[in-house]
Design a protein around this ligand. Sequence first.
Ligand SMILES: *Cc1c(COP(=O)(O)O)cnc(C)c1O
Length: 407
Amino acid sequence: MNAQELPRDLRPDTLALHTGIHRSEANEMSEGLYLTQGYAYDSAEQARDAFAGDIDIYMYSRYGNPTVTAFQERLAAIEGAESCFATSTGMSAVFVSLASILGQGDRLVASRALFGSTLQVFANFFEKWGIVIDYVDAHDNEDWERVLATPAKAVYIESPTNPMQDVVDIPFVAALTKQAGALFIVDNVFATALGQKPLELGADAVVYSATKHIDGQGRVLGGAILGSADYVDGPVKTMVRQMGATISPFNAWVLVKALETLSVRVERQAASAIELARWLEAHPKVSVARYPLLPSHPQYERAAKQMTIGGTLVTLDLAVGDGVDVAGPESQAAAFRFMNALRLFTISNNLGDAKSISTHPATTTHNKMTPEARASVGISETTVRLSIGLEDVEDLRADLDQALAQV
Ligand SMILES: *Cc1c(COP(=O)(O)O)cnc(C)c1O
């Protein structure tokens, strides 16, 4: 069946299998992999017309590639976005989503709690280029009101945040962003396309690191920017094409196939995550277990309104005892003992993988922040981020239990 003949109103699980299909004359069942740098023209006239923009055909793989198109169309269908452009990595998606619309003197408003490299790009490049950046406490609506009373060009958030899983009130910030005349961009990696629909909640654009849940099996890097055709096919596409932050067709092929199983993987991982979070928060060696859809989460009501799945991560603080400094070396030693004792949770900084992962944010992903900045977003030496994989949940629980016994 051709994409044009698909029934209307299909749901994301079905769209994940039946969109982005452009069969070649070989009529292959699986999506084709077009490992090609460029394309041949039928005639000199056709090349002329393509360069003049009079016809729309593939010209060069930095500009477009059929395998990349398949990935973009499929992800756009799942997200419910008008348009999608793929990028080489999640960070090139983050960078282009903002750099393509910001110039000297423009004001960017962002939540304080962001992916480590995103903060580095803001501090080391955007500020140097004269972009004015104001930070907000992600979960604090009064702070958003205060900061967005002044016009801005772009508002950028992650929700839930990395690694503390603060939940931003997306519809509230969307309304303020509109009044401020800004474009509202959401990094939706933690929630995934299945757990949260920022565009329906009022955001203008969504960015992904496809390296995380979309691949979900630790194989390739990739990213994507989704939103209106005006934005995605305008400044975003122009910038990616010219600067070359293009995704490899091979990576796009891995990702287009991975989208077919995204929902079964994420639903299973999320089911294990909430079960383990519930068990961890009752464990005497754990002081806090953070998961957006646990009633103990400080923004639980908000999360329950805007998320249908709480994600696949659990962030915990180990109970190190009264009088022990949570920012001190004893706390770090306790966290390291716990992580080194885990056998099924591999120590890595990836997340969303089929294999479970443990991360110590203070000494890895967030080590470039000052201790004060870390404390302001709630990261201490006792904080461990767990990415829950596809292993049997009972095996994961037993592994956590034996490792906690060593703390
Ligand atoms: C990993 C990640 C990124 C960056 O993605 P890469 O594919 O590593 O470049 C951006 N935002 C969040 C929330 C991430 O987890």
